[in-house]
Unconditional design. Structure first.
Length: 268
């Protein structure tokens, strides 16, 4: 059994602490950024830094190193160098949303995947929670975390667009969630290429044009980007490429933040 102290017991840190406690690990007093952090590594086997990514390195430097104590961060995008100057370091990033401690603790023990690096204690944590550990090297962590962001945050943002567009037709989001769940299930069974359906997969360009005409102009750049991603899947499917549209719709500029360069997204 390991003893663990969490710095930053918010959604992620609190979820992990609760899940590890349920697995028989000893959770000692939490620390927050305003507390004295110098002694946080004293008297425990593991210190978990569960702060936002931007302050992980600052917090790690605030903790006095202990030769036997492993310092672990929960960041998906940071490497082990963020935990300088600690001699024993590890990373543990669960591939699951943690919206609050109660839901998060339950999800962490549901057999999820954990991206790990460094000291073996990260693998022990994943195993104690009944999860699957995958090794992600420091050089790959930015790409790994980008994929995780697309898989969760971007999907949620797209469903926000579904909610807005559905409302313009007098419908609510709930009417479309069964479609989303079935599509995700199909991806799990068949893979993205074979699961893709719809007008882009069929080369139904007239339908895509009607969609664009019906959309609020503010919604079109995201829609066009989605069509482009669908066509990339179609192009990758050998022997299953729809005919090129005779008159492709013109590209539309994405409105950037103030001061940023304009970005043009092809209509596909």
């Amino acid at each position: 059994m390991y003893s663990v102290r969490v710095i930053g017991p918010g959604r992620a840190g609190g979820s992990l602490a609760s899940a590890l406690a349920g697995a028989g690990w000893l959770i000692v007093d939490h620390r927050r950024r305003g507390d004295d952090l110098a002694s946080a590594a004293s008297g425990v086997d593991v210190v978990v830094i569960a702060t936002p990514d931007d302050v992980v390195a600052e917090v790690a430097r605030s903790v006095r190193p202990e030769p036997a104590t492993v310092v672990v961060h929960l960041s998906g995008s940071l490497g082990l160098d963020a935990l300088d100057p600690h001699p024993r370091r590890a990373a543990l990033h669960p591939l699951i949303p943690l919206p609050n401690v109660e839901i998060g603790a339950a999800r962490l023990t549901s057999g999820v995947t954990f991206a790990v690096a460094g000291d073996d204690v990260a693998r022990h944590m994943a195993a104690a929670l009944g999860g699957r550990a995958v090794e992600v090297a420091d050089t790959d962590r930015a790409a790994y975390h980008a994929a995780a962001t697309v898989a969760a945050n971007h999907v949620v943002a797209l469903l926000g667009q579904v909610e807005r567009v559905a409302a313009s037709a007098g419908l609510d989001l709930e009417a479309f969630l069964g479609l989303t769940r079935a599509a995700v299930d199909d991806v799990a069974r068949l893979g993205p290429r074979r699961a893709l359906t719809g007008p882009a997969a069929r080369g139904d360009w007239a339908t895509l044009a009607r969609h664009r005409d019906a959309l609020d102009p503010a919604e079109r750049p995201a829609y066009n980007a989605g069509v482009a991603l669908a066509l990339r899947l179609v192009d990758a499917e050998v022997g299953h490429r729809p005919p090129t549209p005779p008159r492709p719709a013109p590209a539309e500029p994405v409105r950037p933040a103030a001061g940023a360069p304009a970005l043009t997204v092809g209509a596909g």
